[in-house]
Design a protein. Structure first.
Lengths: 225, 298
């Protein structure tokens, strides 16, 4: 596999999505600023979380559906006329899209963590829950990426995005009730309990499994255009 | 050096409602093959197999010495591909596309690319989404030509173009033909375009190649004979009569293996030859398709 070709394709996708990416970063930072300025008001915090999750899921769905868009907008024949194999194309789409999304995800996660740490209104014990939920968003995005690359179907991507969003609420609702999470959330210290670590490990394992399945399905495809 | 740019041997591809059968042809280096067929004949599928984008179920494909689809990445380094359904990135400019392609192809010829920009009346700062269909095709052609490919694969590039844009595109292709090492595979429904630039013609219909030969051989061997047959005189029998039209007294023979000696043979048989009409490639294609579909062997 040619790493340089994969990097060129990733840079191409970055160039084509850079405007929305910058807008998402600015919107995320503005939201965090507004939450911090609200001095711990519960309504502002809830609205801020909703906006941030919406930005992440929306950008995730946009970036991950680039494979569907390549087919829909008929740019796939152009890309596939380049000296690349389908494995390189798949790698650029999966790894590249997740990398671009990862930059946004990491920036917003760091923004949230810093906001919690430097403002006096949020307990630092909230951070493990925030990290667990952020990785859950990453897993949802990985699922959307895997479905997008393997099905190349807009219907499937829309469906899985909706299911992923609903699942995110259900997972958050369930996790917050776990002893290992609930007991430390309102504490003054950052403490990753064994429950939080286990959940994180499971989430990362699920991400790896979804990517592996996507590569396997792609490797068995025979027709690409 | 391999003298064959493309070699298809017994290539087949089966879809639920369509089958490509035993596609065999060879394209020598430096030649221009026109690939002619109606909608759904199998032109695009053949080209996709040639590009490694669709895996054949049977048979073998070699392009520029590379086995397809296994070595498609290596082969595509020397191929310029433009298809009617290919689109460039709408939000990006022509200049961005040129830089992108230049970063991939070491033989990218920037002065030639700038010449093509002027010749096609394109501006590098133009965004693709603001271009007309003709400008988009010309942009795609520019990107394919300026990488200086050894093989140019064009899948109906002139479809949907207005007459002026079509003429400009064909003129540039004619200019490209000056390079004797460059091979072109050109598919089209428009036989006039194919007749203009190709030196080899292959007809495909319903997933099968029905005829393939040099263009001049096609044009030389197909004729329409307009005869006057006196009463009680039998129509002479020649090999390659594929169609008999007109009336019994004024028949019109369509012949796929015309020989000038046939005219003398008619006269010896007492049949007057009113005219020996050459046929256009379009007429040859249509008759060829009809006789194959009706099961008549030419």
């Amino acid at each position: 596999m040619s790493a340089s070709m994969v990097i060129r394709l990733v840079l191409k996708d970055w160039y084509l999505s850079r405007g929305l990416f910058v807008a998402a970063i600015l919107a995320g930072l503005a939201t965090l600023g507004a939450v911090a300025a609200a001095k711990g008001a519960m309504l502002a915090m809830i609205l801020g979380v909703i906006v941030l999750v919406t930005i992440l899921i929306g950008m995730g769905a946009f970036l991950m559906s680039s494979t569907v868009n390549e087919r829909k907008q008929q740019t796939l024949p152009f890309v596939m006329s380049l000296p690349i194999s389908y494995l390189e194309y798949t790698t650029s789409k999966l790894v590249g899209s997740l990398f671009i999304f990862g930059v946004l995800w990491l920036a917003l996660l760091l923004g949230i963590v810093v906001t919690i740490l430097i403002t006096p209104w949020f307990p630092h014990g909230l951070i493990p829950f925030v990290v667990v939920m952020a990785v859950e968003v990453l897993a949802t995005t990985s699922l959307i990426a895997a479905v997008s690359v393997t099905t190349e179907s807009q219907g499937w991507v829309i469906g899985i995005t909706q299911v992923g969003s609903l699942a995110l609420n259900a997972v958050g609702f369930s996790i917050v009730r776990l002893d290992g999470i609930r007991d430390t959330m309102s504490g003054p210290d950052v403490h990753f309990s064994s429950t939080a670590i286990t959940i994180l490990l499971v989430e990362f394992a699920v991400i790896a499994l979804m990517l592996a399945i996507a590569f396997y399905v792609q490797s068995r495809k025979r027709d690409f255009v | 050096m391999n003298d064959l740019a493309v070699k298809f041997a017994g290539v087949g591809k089966r879809y639920p409602h369509y089958t490509l059968n035993d596609i065999d042809f060879e394209l020598p280096t430096g030649s221009i093959m026109g690939f002619v067929g109606a909608n759904g004949a199998g032109k695009s599928t053949t080209i996709r197999i040639m590009m490694g984008l669709v895996h054949q179920d049977s048979g073998s494909v070699e392009v520029l010495g590379h086995s397809m689809p296994a070595q498609q990445a290596e082969a595509k380094l020397d191929i310029g591909f433009v298809s009617e359904d290919m689109r460039l990135y709408g939000p990006a400019t022509i200049a961005w596309h040129m830089n992108f392609i230049q970063s991939i192809y070491p033989r990218w010829d920037q002065p030639y690319a700038e010449t093509l920009l002027r010749r096609f009346d394109l501006r590098p700062e133009q965004k693709i989404k603001g271009l007309s269909h003709g400008q988009r095709v010309k942009s795609a052609l520019l990107l394919a030509l300026a990488r200086r490919p050894r093989l140019l694969v064009l899948d109906e590039p002139t479809t949907g173009l207005d007459p002026v844009a079509r003429r400009e595109v064909l003129a540039e292709l004619m200019a490209v033909l000056a390079d004797e090492e460059r091979t072109i595979f050109f598919s089209s429904q428009n036989t006039l375009d194919v007749e203009q630039i190709s030196d080899q013609i292959t007809f495909i219909d319903r997933g099968r190649i029905i005829d393939s030969a040099d263009k001049e051989i096609f044009l030389d061997r197909w004729r329409r004979l307009r005869l006057v047959v006196p009463p009680n005189t039998a129509l002479p029998q020649f090999p390659g009569i594929v169609e008999v039209g007109g009336s019994s007294r004024l028949p019109v023979l369509t012949i796929s293996r015309f020989d000038p000696a046939m005219v003398a043979a008619c006269q010896e048989a007492g049949v007057a030859v009113q005219a020996v009409d050459p046929m256009t490639l379009e007429e040859i294609f249509i008759v060829n398709v009809q006789i194959r579909r009706e099961g008549v062997v030419a």
